[in-house]
Design a protein around this ligand. Structure first.
Ligand code: NAG
Ligand code: NAG
Ligand code: NAG
Ligand code: NAG
Ligand code: NAG
Ligand code: NAG
Ligand code: NAG
Length: 496
């Protein structure tokens, strides 16, 4: 249920874009800490109680436009944040504050899945805060979603600089309210939220002592990372899981095209893949397999189930027939379970689909293309085409260089080693987005904590009984580093 919903959510982000405009969009997978089926109510999660119940919800009157003094900039909207003070050591001892920075979704899902804060609240004696990103969930300006998403003149306030300014304002507000002026704040985020966390530390060092940026591809902008990085890793994950599986997938694209080109071929494809609605062309099927199955399985290739292995067991097993397309269908069933239909369902777009489309079209232009060294048909990234599509959707073109202009990214080690401090970039190298992550230490306090077999944002999810040693070790390392930041800060504070 949840599994399927998230699945469709991902599918729709990508595929609806592909159909609304041109093919380019389908290759930008969603950034999110939460993959299919990583929920709090997993039976093998370690802590017994559901921490969501210990959170109290608040709303802050947020300024619409932090960077402008025109009268309309002073408009406000209600921004949601949640606080858990059960474990907090209190203002008197300047006990720490862990703040989770929301990303491109309502905050409710993060609260259920991102357990890193709650799992470590006792040992840090920390206040826990989750803040929702503007334009998602219950944090919508202009009175309603419909109004807020109407056109670019309303969407214009929907960007990362405004979002981290929102977080700054709310953190200051909370600390004032709690009279916790000297409590150190550590910001935590995953994926796009991880980028926000690292950028927050760079832009607001007077508010956050440090940042844990989990699976944050801050280098997947402009020309910093080769655009084929993402799908090269997807392919490598499958090749490492099973050579025959990799080869079957690689051979399947031509098979699909060949069948589609036959008279009656599309209805045969629809039947073969048990589509929810008849296919009108093969690209919907191919996009779905590519993004909602292979890319999603690789990005969230996590223990104990390791979905890439699951897909490959379905493909190699050949339970639906020995031919290539039957094997691929077997992979789909193994991954998604027994459903009444697969692919090409007509469902409404999620908030994330709609919001992330604007974000990727305006500033978060992550240039993902497909090179020659993968199990997918080559499909290089075409920036001109991308910008044109965005312009036709919103009337305003993409600013593909703004992220690196505003936050940096080029020559990151050279630039940050003497300027910045206290950032953990964590990555799992099986995560396709790790290709745009910071994978080497930049200085003593800007460090890369990575795992060979890890996937997207694993480290910030709730700890589970089934967690492998390397994941436990990764989290331990992160906590050790954060404690060092806090200890140094307290030493400085005592001299102050
Ligand atoms: C928030 O703004 C609304 C409308 O502008 C106002 O009625 C309300 O009093 C404000 N709340 C706070 C806590 O400032
Ligand atoms: C915090 O310190 C103040 C002043 O020293 C004291 O009055 C108050 O009781 C303390 N609060 C707690 C919760 O310890
Ligand atoms: C799907 O259904 C088949 C036949 O009914 C069954 O053998 C198989 O175990 C089911 N698979 C899953 C993943 O539920
Ligand atoms: C899609 O949204 C419309 C309008 O909000 C609603 O009436 C409809 O039931 C939704 N359909 C699905 C499949 O959720
Ligand atoms: C990929 O192969 C095509 C056709 O052989 C070639 O034109 C292109 O330059 C290659 N691209 C890369 C990045 O090697
Ligand atoms: C990076 O920093 C971490 C934390 O200080 C350390 O454990 C690790 O050995 C460093 N890695 C390298 C390659 O120096
Ligand atoms: C990663 O997984 C592979 C395959 O399961 C295994 O052989 C290897 O030892 C693992 N590496 C680490 C560092 O855990």
């Amino acid at each position: 249920m949840m599994f399927q919903r998230l699945f469709l959510l991902q599918f729709f982000l990508l595929v609806s874009l592909a159909t609304a405009t041109a093919k380019r969009f389908h290759t930008i997978p969603r950034l999110s800490p939460i993959g299919p089926g990583v929920w709090r109510d997993d039976p093998d999660q370690i802590s017994g109680e559901f921490v969501g119940e210990d959170f109290e919800t608040f709303f802050y009157n947020q300024t619409l436009d932090h960077f402008n003094y025109r009268p309309e900039s002073y408009d406000t909207f209600s921004q949601r944040y949640l606080i858990n003070s059960k474990y907090w050591g209190g203002a008197n001892v300047s006990a720490p504050v862990l703040v989770y920075l929301g990303a491109e979704a309502p905050i409710d899902g993060d609260l259920k899945a991102v357990g890193f804060l709650a799992d470590n609240a006792v040992q840090f004696r920390s206040l826990l805060v989750f803040i929702e990103h503007r334009y998602y969930g219950k944090s919508i300006p202009f009175g309603s979603r419909e109004e807020a998403l109407k056109d670019a003149s309303k969407l214009g306030y929907f960007n990362s600089a405004q979002a981290i300014a929102d977080y700054a304002a709310i953190i200051i507000h909370i600390k004032e309210k709690l009279k916790a002026k000297y409590s150190p704040v550590i910001v935590i985020g995953g994926s796009y939220g991880g980028m926000l966390a690292s950028w927050f530390r760079l832009k607001y060092p007077h508010i956050a002592l440090g940042a844990l940026a989990s699976s944050a591809p801050i280098l997947y902008f402009d020309d910093i990372t080769p655009s084929d990085g993402y799908y090269s890793i997807v392919s490598r994950d499958f090749r490492e899981a099973s050579g025959t599986c990799y080869q079957t997938i690689k051979n399947s694209w031509a098979e699909i095209d060949e069948l589609a080109s036959k008279s009656n071929g599309l209805s045969m494809l629809s039947e073969k893949f048990k589509t929810c609605n008849p296919l009108t062309d093969a690209s919907k099927l191919k996009d779905h397999l590519m993004t909602s199955m292979y890319a999603s399985a690789a990005q969230y290739n996590k223990p104990p189930t390791y979905p890439v292995n699951k897909v490959c067991e379905g493909i190699d097993g050949g339970g639906f027939g020995d031919d290539i397309l039957s094997r691929i269908f077997g992979g789909l069933v193994a991954y998604k379970g027994n459903l009444s239909c697969y692919v090409n369902a007509h469902t409404n777009e999620s908030e994330t689909t709609v919001g992330w489309r604007w974000q990727t079209c305006s500033e978060m232009a992550i240039p993902i293309g497909i090179g020659n060294n993968s199990m997918f048909p080559p499909d290089p990234f075409d920036l001109e085409d991308y910008i044109e599509n965005c312009k036709s959707l919103y009337g305003v073109p993409t600013r593909p260089h703004w992220v690196t202009t505003y936050y940096g990214g080029h020559s990151i080690k050279l630039i940050l080693q003497r300027f910045a401090s206290n950032i953990i970039f964590s990555n799992g190298l099986r995560d396709p987005y790790s290709s745009g992550g910071v994978l080497e230490n930049i200085s003593d306090t800007i460090v890369a904590v990575k795992t060979v077999n890890g996937s997207h944002c694993l480290d910030i999810l709730f700890a589970k009984e089934t967690d492998p040693e390397w994941l436990i070790a990764q989290r331990k390392m992160e906590i050790k580093i954060m404690k060092e930041w806090i200890d140094k800060y307290y030493a400085d504070l005592s001299m102050f």
